[in-house]
Design a protein around this ligand. Structure first.
Ligand SMILES: Nc1nc2c(c(=O)[nH]1)N[C@H]1C(S)=C(S)[C@@H](COP(=O)(O)O)O[C@H]1N2
Ligand SMILES: [Mo]
Length: 406
């Protein structure tokens, strides 16, 4: 068999696998021709996502879940939202993947291979809630530019890796260190190699927390490509933008990291409340840190119809950034009276907590179930949109579902 034929045959069989059917006249294809089925890739197949996931943008890929898709206690890949600022990396060379620790405040700049990271440091597994800072943005008025996330830009998967703190300490942290900043291999939408799509970070105190991981596994398997394979920073409870995917360099900085999307209106909100639509001076903007208390009813789906006289069992999750959720309540009378839900302890710090409640409706009709979580500092979710900010971050308003009793 000639080499050329061989290449063609393997290409054809891999084409068939991707398309999900044999390309019957495939041998007639001219090299370089892309079958239509592949020209507009199906994100659901491409990323193994549930068919009810909602694509908000395809350049870059941004895909959100819906409340009912997040019913699992540990979110499976199929229901995890996708947020990208640039292009998803294509050719990942895992064998030669390295992580560099550098920056003004590193004692010894170090380069680790993946296998060094895995063998040199203890491995830990935590369930960590990651919510996009812009989750809920679609409700802001005046509207905020950016992906119009509704409620589905949150997930709580199980992450396995080594502690970022252990790696940073191994390289050595100078006493003037204040922040870390990550760098990753995804490409800027302009395709300019000198531009990074995103390069964020967190203060040393967060970087050194025991739950802050450099993860190489998600839900017990290799991290899916779209979620950061082969190495991802995971900092639960903070805007998910801190959790860099595809990381190959972490800098220990002697100042607040000044990478892409650390300044201006990106992941920053007015330090003090402002009137909707206000222009806010740069120096009056503050970086978002711990995310606010929030909850989601994941069962039933909004719009459910139930039989009169039957109790309804609702369930969902609640989370509160760095804090714990201390109370979970529901209301069926538009917030006039509240009843307590059963609330579980988190699997570990920074994991979301599951809640459930049995609801009896007094008579047939239309109801709304409103959910309200309260954090360990006594702060509760607002019923309506909280403080306006230019980019529409931190909407933690009460989640509501509609129910008809017939
Ligand atoms: N390298 C890299 N890391 C990244 C991003 C990105 O575009 N590139 N997006 C960030 C943002 S804004 C969010 S909300 C989360 C989304 O994580 P997910 O796609 O795994 O859900 O990844 C963060 N890490
Ligand atoms: Mo995000």
């Amino acid at each position: 068999m000639k080499r050329r034929d061989f290449v063609k045959k393997t290409t054809l069989s891999s084409l068939a696998t991707i398309i999900g059917a044999e390309v019957v006249f495939g041998s007639n294809l001219i090299e370089g021709y892309t079958p239509i089925a592949l020209q507009d890739p199906d994100p659901f197949k491409l990323f193994n996502k549930h068919k009810d996931m909602v694509v908000l943008n395809n350049k870059p890929w941004n895909i959100e879940a819906q409340a009912h898709l997040l019913d699992d206690k540990i979110t499976p890949n199929s229901s995890m939202f996708v947020r990208n600022n640039g292009f998803v990396p294509e050719d990942i060379d895992v064998k030669n993947w390295t992580l560099t620790i550098d920056g003004e405040s590193v004692k010894n700049k170090k380069v680790y291979t993946l296998s060094e990271l895995k063998s040199k440091f203890n491995q830990h597994t935590y369930q960590l809630t990651l919510e996009c800072g812009g989750n809920g943005r679609s409700e802001f008025d005046p509207p905020a530019k950016g992906n119009q996330w509704t409620v589905g830009a949150v997930h709580c998967a199980s992450w396995t890796g080594v502690r970022l703190g252990d790696v940073l300490k191994d390289a050595g942290i100078k006493s003037n260190a204040v922040y870390i900043g990550y760098h990753a291999i995804d490409k800027h939408l302009s395709r300019d190699p000198n531009k990074e799509p995103i390069s964020r970070g967190c203060p040393m105190s967060k970087a050194l927390q025991e739950e802050t991981l450099l993860a190489f596994k998600m839900n017990g398997e290799d991290i899916p490509l779209i979620h950061g394979y082969p190495l991802r920073l995971v900092a639960g409870g903070w805007p998910a933008s801190v959790s860099g995917k595809w990381v190959n360099r972490i800098s220990i900085r002697d100042k607040i990291h000044d990478g892409t999307k650390m300044t201006g209106t990106a992941y920053r909100i007015p330090c003090k409340p402002v009137a909707p639509g206000s222009k806010v001076k740069d120096e009056d903007m503050c970086i978002i840190e711990s995310m606010p208390v929030k909850s989601l009813i994941t069962y039933p789906k909004s719009g459910a119809i139930i039989k009169d006289g039957k109790a309804l069992n609702i369930r969902g999750h609640a989370w509160a950034g760095e804090l714990k959720v201390s109370k979970m309540e529901f209301s069926i009378d538009f917030g006039v009276t509240w009843n307590e839900c059963e609330l579980d302890e988190p699997a570990n710090r920074l994991a979301w907590q599951h809640f459930s409640a049995k609801i009896y409706f007094p008579q047939p009709g239309y109801y709304e179930v409103w959910a309200k979580a309260t954090d360990s500092d006594g702060k509760s979710q607002p019923m309506i949109l909280p403080g306006w900010n230019p980019k529409g971050y931190l909407n933690n308003a009460s989640h509501r579902i509609a129910i008809k009793v017939k």
